[in-house]
Design a protein around this ligand. Structure first.
Ligand SMILES: Cc1ncc(COP(=O)(O)O)c(C=O)c1O
Length: 396
């Protein structure tokens, strides 16, 4: 008999009842160190007092009105995002996949309004992940996500990583209108795009009249040590997808754009019943107030350096288990030599949570607020997990 919850997830046998900072408490009372943050969502950790206060205060006043009316909390959050980014304008969504939908629509509408309705194609890259909607799976294009879900939304050109000739050729095509890429691939296995490549993509877009769409759903909102990952490369996109960390755990997303890129999106061309509602935006404002602070980002970078250094030591100590450390900021991956799910499970046994990714990687996406003590504890637990895996290898 089918379970009452549609069985699309492979869930761990863990059920958390409360959280505080980087810690989660299981129903049986065990305390787990959370290096996953609900897949890069709980940027300020669990039950951050300022987020709890913002949510409960707003909950006592007004939850939802719809976008038929002014929403001051939404305006305030949009102003903060515009102030701290390349963007001139923001549309609020409820998730990363919904942000993908709008990014695709916005790019196509832009070219349509500029007199180029043929420029519908969007270049995307192997290993990418842009969500599970029809546009999201068609954009990523992998068989794993698309098989059985045809007909797929047309208009995506999938390229391998690093094939510059194929990229130049595709970018010059009359039907291509945009390039869509994650500055750091998350689901794909924590694969950062080198700054030089991001700069090269910006130039390529400028040369060919294309829009550069960045998917910062996972790598944005301070995760790499800058508010947005592309800032490291010193470039700006035309359109950017955001979600996850922006709501700190409240389902919230956004599409940020320049005035020019957004010029086709006039009244009536797009909408969302819930997107940018007072509850979500009240929380989002507090997240932004923390994450956009220079001192907060400095701390993220310091802690990222510490964690990375310790992880290098972990890899060196367990060469049978780990191959290398990859990633940037607090978006790190351990490439495994054994099956990554075995390391993940050993982590659960040792009360530390990580997140699987493609390419046999486990992801470390801790709350950006984790403490130095948490980092030491994380390493002790990961070390114990790796030793357990090694012991299991020897008994085979
Ligand atoms: C880079 C990226 N884009 C889009 C998405 C989709 O976001 P959501 O799951 O909120 O729809 C994700 C989710 O993991 C993501 O990592």
């Amino acid at each position: 008999m089918i379970p009452s919850v549609l069985p699309t997830y492979n869930r761990a046998p863990l059920s958390f009842v409360s959280g505080e900072g980087a810690w989660l408490t299981e129903a049986d009372g065990r305390r787990f160190l959370d290096l996953g943050s609900g897949i890069a969502v709980n940027a300020l950790g669990h039950a951050h007092p300022a987020l709890v206060a913002a949510l409960t205060e707003q909950a006592g006043k007004l939850w939802h009105v719809s976008n038929l009316y002014q929403i001051p909390q939404q305006q305030a959050l949009a102003d903060k995002l515009v102030e701290h980014s390349f963007a001139d304008t923001v549309f609020f969504t409820n998730s990363g996949t919904e942000s993908c939908e709008l990014a695709v629509k916005m790019a196509r509408k832009y070219h349509y309004e500029k007199g180029h309705p043929e420029r519908v194609d969007i270049i995307t890259f192997e290993g990418s992940f842009h969500g599970r909607s029809s546009a999201g799976i068609a954009a990523a294009g992998s068989e794993k996500m698309t098989k059985g879900f045809g007909p797929l939304l047309p208009g995506f050109v999938h390229l391998p990583w690093g094939d510059h000739d194929a990229l130049r050729e595709a970018a010059a095509s009359d039907t291509v209108g945009a390039i869509l890429i994650e500055p750091v691939q998350g689901e794909g296995g924590i694969r950062p795009l080198p700054d030089q490549c991001l700069k090269g993509l910006r130039d390529l877009c400028d040369e060919n009249g294309l829009l550069l769409i960045l998917d910062e759903v996972q790598c944005g909102m301070g995760r790499t040590g800058k508010l947005f990952a592309h800032e490291w490369a010193g470039i700006t996109p035309d359109i950017m997808m955001v979600a996850k960390g922006i709501g700190g755990g409240f389902p919230l997303g956004a599409v940020l754009a320049t005035e020019e890129a957004a010029s086709g999106m006039t009244a009536g061309t797009h909408g969302s019943t819930y997107g940018g509602n007072p509850l979500g935006c009240a929380v989002g404002c507090v997240v932004m107030d923390h994450v956009a602070e220079a001192a907060f980002l400095t701390e993220v970078n310091r802690k990222a350096g510490l964690l990375r250094q310790k992880l290098e030591g972990l890899v060196a100590a367990h060469p049978q288990v780990f191959e290398d450390v990859r990633g940037t900021g607090l978006m790190l991956g351990l490439k495994c030599r054994v099956t990554n799910s075995d390391v993940l499970a050993a982590g659960y046994d040792n009360l530390v949570i990580t997140v699987p990714a493609a390419d046999n990687v486990i992801r470390l996406l801790p709350p950006l607020t984790l403490s130095d003590d948490d980092i030491s504890e994380a390493l002790a637990r990961l070390d114990a997990a790796a030793s357990q895996v090694e012991a299991e290898l020897e008994t085979v």
